[in-house]
Write a protein that binds this ligand. Structure first.
Ligand SMILES: [Zn+2]
Length: 348
């Protein structure tokens, strides 16, 4: 058999096997079989030594051409296999390892949660302990013991949600608590004096507009001890305002009326936008924070505390409202705080 015929048969066999290769592993097997050091190709080359110079030169060139063609075929098969592998992947699965890394956005706590933690920290340093009382509450604790018996018109200030449940003989109807003051008498009933507690909880009212959400948070401070006075109240708020809002913020007390405190006050904090000058966010430089006062003797009695021996101060404010009065914050519609819109949330 002439060397040309041998080379042709060898090349045909190679081509036939290569056509069936469908992955890199079998491609390597074919490469070793046809071009490796122990391949049949080497046997063909060995026959060259019996030829004369002229024949050997021609046959050598022919063998070389076959070898180069096979190498080229293997390389092109390799590229084809790589292309197929890539094409079978969905576009978003392709990984270009030469691209720079992608930094995932970092989240942070909701502004309400951060405000709650800040408030808790400020009052803890003053010796207050955080407590929690029921969100689903009896009228007894939310109204009756706070000197707002059934049908008292003051109840209208709280747009209350009622639970569809049997009326309790002593505690009345079941409600979603409209304020955190519901915990004051519960705390006193525990019978441990003096008291320094901070009740931070969800509260519910049937209101929804630019400055109200049906579910919001309040924090209620309660201080029951001998000789507690309005001076303590003022000192507490001055400290709180500077800690929470910043050292340049001032507070003032305005006389007000609540059923469960006597005397009662509304607490204002100086506006963080205009620094007391007066702007469209505030009333002549002041923002209303919330209510406070000295607990009425009847409320102390309802909690089993002797008002001749002890006095108490209490204050209850909205967390969202307080948080939105921080310097530089201007929220046109408070409801956006609970719409889970990342464009809003990521700003705070
Ligand atoms: Zn202002």
């Amino acid at each position: 058999m002439s060397i040309d015929t041998q080379l042709k048969q060898f090349k045909d066999a190679f081509n036939a096997e290569l056509a069936n290769v469908s992955n890199a592993e079998t491609l390597e097997v074919v490469r070793v079989k046809y071009l490796g050091r122990k391949s049949a190709f080497q046997d063909i080359l060995r026959n060259l030594k019996d030829m004369n110079d002229e024949e050997r030169r021609e046959a050598g060139q022919a063998a070389n051409a076959v070898k180069e063609a096979m190498q080229a075929a293997i390389e092109s098969k390799e590229a084809e296999l790589e292309r197929c592998r890539y094409d079978h992947l969905a576009t978003d699965e392709r990984v270009d390892i030469s691209l720079p890394g992608f930094a995932w956005p970092k989240g942070h706590l909701h502004m309400t949660t951060r405000a709650i933690r800040d408030i808790q920290r400020i009052f803890e340093r003053l010796g207050f302990t955080r407590v929690r009382y029921p969100e689903v509450e009896w009228e007894h604790y939310a109204f009756d013991v706070l000197r707002m018996g059934t049908n008292h018109p003051a109840r209208d200030n709280w747009e209350t949600y009622f639970i569809d449940a049997p009326v309790h003989e002593k505690f009345g109807r079941m409600i979603l608590t409209p304020h955190t003051t519901n915990g004051d008498v519960r705390e006193m009933e525990r019978g441990e004096l003096p008291i320094r507690t901070m009740n931070i909880n969800k509260t519910y009212r049937r209101q929804s507009d630019v400055s109200h959400v049906p579910m919001f948070h309040q924090f209620e401070g309660l201080l029951v001890d001998r000789d507690v006075s309005v001076t303590h109240l003022k000192g507490l708020f001055e400290h709180f305002a500077k800690e929470f809002f910043g050292p340049d913020r001032e507070i003032r007390l305005r006389p007000h009326h609540f059923r469960f405190t006597e005397p009662s006050f509304e607490i204002d904090v100086s506006c963080g936008l205009c620094a007391g000058e007066g702007c469209r966010m505030c009333k002549q430089g002041w923002l209303e924070l919330g209510g406070a006062g000295m607990l009425h003797p009847d409320v102390l009695r309802a909690g089993g505390v002797d008002p001749d021996e002890y006095t108490a101060l209490a204050f209850g404010w909205g967390v969202e409202r307080t948080a939105s009065m921080r310097s530089g914050i201007n929220i046109a519609d408070i409801r956006v705080m609970y719409k889970n819109d990342i464009r809003f949330l990521e700003q705070f």
